[in-house]
Structure formats: structure tokens, C-alpha cells
Write a protein that binds this ligand. Structure first.
Ligand code: NAD
Length: 479
């Protein structure tokens, strides 16, 4: 990989990548910089032909890729990671533009890509052996074939890389479909990957929701790894059932944070606010309900309010900005609905204003709703924006039940000085990932997946690899 080749990558022209080649399209669409309202570059809307060709190319590449030794696959993933890191600056700028993230947080997401790939390269596909007098039984895990990776708009880059790394490591070929709201970093990531991987091993076909539906219905795709909303996840599962595709669904959540009475208020309250407002609340595992022990309820809310008032909202490159805009108009209107509902019902705004209005960008000040009722929309639903409710609690059993009283189960947090006690509560929370004394920070080192309607299966970590494999058992009889 010569550095000159690397530096020639153009970050202003975007293509689908099918069978190692750049493709334009008859129809195009574009993203909008949510901080400025600026229309971004055109990119092709993948057609049925593009989808079919990508699936055919992936199936053609699969036998050779699946039998490439894992050490070689890791070596190529490592090279890809290095190549990507050499472009960190350009990817950060692109991510700022397509998602509106503050530069510091865009850079963190970009930095997460080599971290995810690097960690996956430390993993091995397990092999299990059982032996008795009669037989030796060996369980191996084989790649599935072609994986369709359907991605959302809130973390367009890391969630694409988080599917590409385990899919390729386990010997699958992968076709990425970015969200139409944030197509750019995903398209460029896969274009860059062509410098390392054989044609057809990793491809990208960008487009709208219909393209996603084409992939889920495609008879020659073996698995769909989907990250997005619960409503779409249900459609994906239904479509996949027709061809009995393997499916991983990473969906929405309504994470509870339980605050125990022994916390250091001044230290913990800002952290809890960060957990709620990170990425302007547009995180599947953002804190979405905050349960504070009644003995510290008032001072804790006050400390959260004080910190929240210091959180600067603005465009990516403005000095000191901590929160960017809501990513798109559709989401902005959705978030606005939670403000309107809270105002209409007379809930108390501890910080933030009930009346929001976007001018140039979809900016929304972080907002805390003080003690709305259990059946309020803001408690019962996922706003996916910078608005969060707080409620007091006094009985531990009751607050655990309240935290679990949801059809979702993605993440949760417990905060307390007595860590063993906090961990005991964590054990009883019905969620895929529970964090003790931290806000939700998913990592490649552990499987990430939801309980209940937050998903099916999971990915990342050692056990996440198995979601990209079929078990293959050989029974050898001794006689
Ligand atoms: P979405 O469901 O609207 O879209 C996700 C992707 O699915 C997009 O690429 C979209 O084009 C595609 N799609 C839409 N209709 C489809 C169909 N019928 N068949 C196949 N694909 C289709 O979700 P979004 O608004 O982009 O993302 C926000 C949601 O994602 C939130 O609910 C959030 O909690 C969730 N999310 C979950 C995780 C997780 O890991 N659990 C991570 C990030 C976001």
C-alpha cells in the first residue's frame, strides 16, 4: 500500500462499491449537514441491479475468502485498520459534516474504528472437543456466506466497522447498506477497503429503505445484521423469516439509571447527565430514565441542572461545543413531539425550554423533565434526543421493578459507592449491558445485544463472533 495511493482518496465524490469497482447510479440522493442545513454531495441510490450484482459478487468471492487462513484475514484487517488510521482526519471532517457531531466526538468515533478492528484481530474462532470411549466430537464454527449489514444514522462509521470486522474475521463476505441520512463515511470506508480486500469481499450499496428491504428479501444473502429502530427491526425479521436468514437485531432502548443514596452528588450528577445527553441523546444506550433516591433527589437534580446549563450546543468546530444538533428533520420532529407532550401535560422543565424551534440547524438544548408520571410519553418511550426524565424512589425492590417495566432491555446503569451493592442491583436489571458507576459505554470486548424488544442476538466480543457462524460438528466413531 503506497502512501501516495492512500492520499489520493477523494472525500468529495461518493460511489457504491460492487465487485471491487466504483459505481454511480441513475438516481442520486444527498445528506444534509444538520448543523447548517447545507446540502451535501450527491451519492448514488442503489438499484435492484446493484443489489443483485453485489450479492452475486459476494457469493463468488466467498469460497476463497472463507478458506483464506484466519491469520491471513487478520493480517488484511490489520492493514485496513492502518490505512484507515492514515485518513483519520478526513474521516473526522466527513463525519462532522454528515452527522453534525462536535469534532472531539467525531474524532472519538473515528478512533473507535481501529480499536474495534484491532480487538477483533485478537480473537479466535473457538473449537470444542468432546471425547469418550466411543467417539470424538469436534465442534467448529463456519462462516455463513454473505452478510447484509444494515446501518443507522447515529453512529454511521463505527456501527459499519463493528459489522465489517467480525463478518470478515469469521470468513464471511459483507455488503454494507448505510442509512440514507448519513451515507458518506460508510461509502468511503468501503471504498478504502478495496485497496486491501479482494473484489466482492466487502462491498457497499447505499440507498433508501427499499434497498434495505431488497437485501432482507434476497435469497442469496445468508444473514442480516441490522441496527436501527424496533419498528424496522420487526419488518427485517419478518422478511428474513421467508428465507430463514440468520438475523441479528440491534434495536432501540429505554435505559434506566438507578442512583443510590450514597453517591458523591457533585461527581456523579454530571456523569449521569453526560450519559443522557451524549451525542444529543441519539444513542441506543443513552440513559433515558433517571431514578434518584429520594434522600438526595433535590440536590442531585440541581447538580444535574447546573452541569446541563454548562453544556454548550453548537456546530462541530465551535470552541467548547459538547453537543451537536439532532441529526435530521424526521428525528427533530419526533423529538419536538416529546417537548410538546411534556408542555401540554404541564410537566416541570428543570432545565431547558418547552418551546424549541430550529433555524439553520436542528439544535435542541438539553432538557430535564422533573418527575413526570410513569405513564407519560417521556418515561414510556425512547425520544432519541436531548430530553430526559428524572423520578425519585425510596424502595429498592420497587425501583428495580420500575426500571424493568418496559418492553425494551438494551442497557442500564447503577451508581453507588458500595460497588458490591450496586452490582447486586445490576444483576437484576433486565438489559443486555448494565454499567456500574459509568454511563453506557459499549465496547468491542463484550457481546452487545438487547433483551426483550431491544433485539435478537448480539455482536462483538468473543461470543459475538458466533453470530456470524454456523456450528459444524464432526462425530468420529472409534471402532
Ligand atoms: P431505522 O430503523 O429507521 O433505519 C435503520 C436502517 O434500516 C437504515 O439503513 C434504513 O434505510 C434501513 N431500513 C429502513 N426500512 C427498512 C426495511 N423495511 N428493511 C430493511 N432495512 C430498512 O433506524 P434509524 O432511525 O436509522 O436509527 C435509530 C434507531 O436505531 C433508534 O431506535 C436507536 O435506538 C437504534 N439503534 C440501536 C443500536 C443498537 O446497537 N442496539 C445502535 C444505534 C441505533
Amino acid at each position: 500500500m503506497s502512501p501516495s495511493k492512500v492520499s489520493s482518496l477523494d472525500f468529495e465524490t461518493f460511489y457504491n462499491i460492487v465487485d471491487g469497482k466504483k459505481r454511480t447510479g441513475k438516481n442520486v440522493h444527498h445528506g444534509i449537514n444538520p448543523a447548517t442545513g447545507e446540502q451535501l454531495w450527491d451519492c448514488p441510490i442503489g438499484s435492484r441491479e446493484d443489489a443483485d450484482d453485489a450479492v452475486a459478487a459476494a457469493n463468488k468471492a466467498f469460497p476463497a475468502w472463507a478458506t483464506t487462513p484466519i491469520e491471513k484475514r487478520k493480517e488484511m484487517l490489520g492493514k485496513f485498520s492502518e490505512l484507515f488510521a492514515a485518513h483519520a482526519e478526513e474521516f473526522t471532517t466527513l463525519l462532522c459534516k454528515e452527522a453534525g457531531k462536535p469534532r472531539k466526538f467525531a474524532a472519538m468515533e473515528v478512533g473507535g474504528v481501529p480499536a474495534f478492528i484491532g480487538f477483533h484481530c485478537t480473537l479466535n474462532i473457538p473449537e470444542e472437543k468432546f471425547e469418550d470411549d466411543e467417539k470424538v466430537v469436534t465442534t467448529r464454527y463456519k462462516p455463513l456466506g454473505v452478510v447484509g449489514a444494515i446501518c443507522p444514522w447515529n453512529f454511521p462509521l463505527i456501527l459499519s466497522a463493528g459489522k465489517i470486522a467480525p463478518a470478515l474475521l469469521t470468513g464471511n463476505c459483507v455488503i454494507v447498506k448505510p442509512s440514507p441520512f448519513t451515507p458518506y463515511t460508510g461509502l468511503k470506508l468501503v471504498e478504502l477497503a478495496q485497496e486491501i480486500f479482494p473484489p466482492g469481499v466487502v462491498q457497499v450499496v447505499g440507498g433508501n429503505n427499499e434497498l434495505g428491504a431488497m437485501l432482507t428479501a434476497h435469497p442469496n444473502i445468508a444473514k442480516i445484521s441490522f441496527t436501527g429502530s424496533i419498528a424496522t427491526g420487526k419488518k427485517v425479521m419478518e422478511a428474513c423469516a421467508r428465507t430463514l436468514k440468520r438475523v441479528t437485531l440491534e434495536l432501540g432502548g429505554n435505559d434506566a439509571s438507578i442512583i443510590l443514596p450514597d453517591v458523591d452528588i457533585e461527581k456523579v450528577a454530571p456523569e449521569v447527565a453526560m450519559g443522557a445527553f451524549q451525542n444529543s441523546g441519539q444513542v441506543c444506550v443513552a440513559t433515558k430514565r433517571i431514578y434518584i433516591h429520594q434522600d438526595i433527589y433535590k440536590p442531585f437534580v440541581e447538580a444535574m441542572v447546573n452541569f446541563t446549563k454548562t453544556m454548550k450546543v453548537g456546530p462541530s468546530d465551535e470552541e467548547g461545543v459538547l453537543l451537536g444538533p439532532v441529526q435530521n428533520q424526521m428525528q427533530y420532529e419526533k423529538v419536538k413531539g416529546f417537548f410538546e407532550d411534556s408542555k401540554l401535560n404541564g410537566y416541570k422543565f428543570a432545565v431547558g425550554s418547552p418551546d424549541i424551534s430550529a433555524s439553520k440547524g436542528f439544535f435542541v438544548q438539553p432538557t430535564i423533565i422533573d418527575n413526570p408520571p410513569n405513564d407519560s410519553r417521556i418515561i414510556a418511550e425512547e425520544p432519541f434526543g436531548p430530553i430526559v426524565p428524572t423520578q425519585p424512589w425510596s424502595d429498592e425492590e420497587e425501583v428495580i421493578a420500575r426500571a424493568n417495566n418496559t418492553n425494551t432491555g438494551l442497557g442500564a446503569c447503577v451508581w453507588g459507592k458500595d460497588v458490591a451493592h450496586a452490582e447486586k442491583i445490576a444483576m437484576r436489571l433486565e438489559a443486555g449491558s448494565v454499567f456500574v458507576n459509568s454511563w453506557e459505554k459499549p465496547t468491542p470486548q463484550a457481546i452487545f445485544g438487547g433483551h426483550k424488544e431491544s433485539g435478537i442476538g448480539g455482536e462483538w466480543g468473543q461470543s459475538g463472533l458466533l453470530s456470524y457462524c454456523n456450528p459444524h460438528v464432526i462425530h468420529v466413531y472409534k471402532s
